[in-house]
Ligand binder design. Structure first.
Ligand code: BJW
Ligand code: ZN
Length: 237
């Protein structure tokens, strides 16, 4: 059986990573995440955007995959599993998933916003979260930015192609922890459904996908995923 997983921020919530739209308590709660994740926001205040991403970089490095990530990795013993993730953390890989495609980049990769060169130099330390941090400067004079896909930017070609292939070849698509509103990723479940593929949504809250999904399981990832593969035949009856 070929299982393609499309994951979003909700799968990492139980590891202690705030979701993209639900971080009401953090230092950045009063800022608009759409602004912090846009090229306009970066040009307007690179220090604030850098501070936000650096804080998330260190936060993610400090947390562990949860039972949801581990369940998906364990499915590899029973199925051909491809993970397509919108997340910029590395928790799927750390849980043991081997085929992971990141559609929106990574908190652990950086590049120059002028010459595009990868940056592997030192990062500012962050003992305490700081609202604004000076980004490193490239030898060309450009600012170093996180290698993240912001609104209005194109998704990287290769992961996107792999995501489309994995969607087209799936027997089952499991969509977990995403609000299913950010395109083009949100179009993948529709592509699967249009091919007659079973789409299982796992999310404690309804989303725009809920009505069209084959099954919608209104539970958190760490509760639903460990049993999901065994439950599938019964759920699909
Ligand atoms: C749990 C849980 C638990 C809680 N268990 N679940 C109008 C129509 C269509 C498209 C557009 C439009 N206007 C603009 C666009 C395009 C735009 C877009 O889609 N905008 C929408 C907002 C409308 N898309 C883009 O701009 C993309 N690029 C593009 O289209 O390029 C075109 C182009 C082509 C050629 C050349 C140039 C351009 C790029 C999108 C990039 C998204 N980037 C971000 C930020 C970077 C990463 C980061 O900093 O984290 O990616 S935005 C943000 O949203 C982030 C996420 O990956 C992404 C998705 O969010 P996600 O993962 O769904 O998280 P949340 O917080 O929204 O939801 C969490 C869910 O978990 C909730 O449902 C909870 O209920 C649930 N949950 N606990 C399971 N325990
Ligand atoms: Zn440069």
């Amino acid at each position: 059986m070929r299982v393609t997983v499309l994951s979003g921020a909700g799968i990492s919530a139980e590891s202690g990573v705030p979701t993209f739209r639900d971080d009401k308590n953090g230092l950045w709660a009063r800022f608009d995440p759409y602004e912090l994740s846009s090229t306009q926001g970066w040009h307007k205040n690179p220090e604030r955007v850098w501070g936000w991403y650096l804080w998330r970089h260190y936060l993610v490095a400090d947390v562990e995959p949860n039972a949801g990530h581990r369940a998906i990795a364990a499915w590899q013993d029973h199925a051909e599993v491809t993970v397509v993730t919108q997340n910029v953390d590395d928790l799927h890989e750390r849980a043991g998933s081997t085929a992971v495609h990141h559609l929106h980049g990574s908190l652990f990769e950086f590049r120059c916003d002028r010459c595009d060169m990868d940056y592997t130099g030192p990062l500012p330390r962050m003992a305490e979260p700081a609202l604004e941090v000076e980004p490193p400067v490239c030898h060309c004079g450009g600012l170093i930015r996180p290698d993240i896909v912001w609104f209005g930017e194109a998704l990287p070609d290769e992961p996107w192609q792999r995501a489309v292939e994995a969607t087209q070849s799936a027997d089952v698509m499991v969509v977990v922890g995403t609000s299913a509103i950010v395109y083009p990723a949100a179009g993948l479940p529709d592509l699967a459904l249009s091919r007659g593929t079973i789409v299982v949504e796992v999310n404690p809250e309804p989303t725009p996908l809920t009505r069209s999904a084959t099954i919608s399981i209104r539970e958190g990832a760490s509760q639903a995923l460990p049993e999901l593969l065994q439950r599938l035949p019964a759920l699909l009856k």
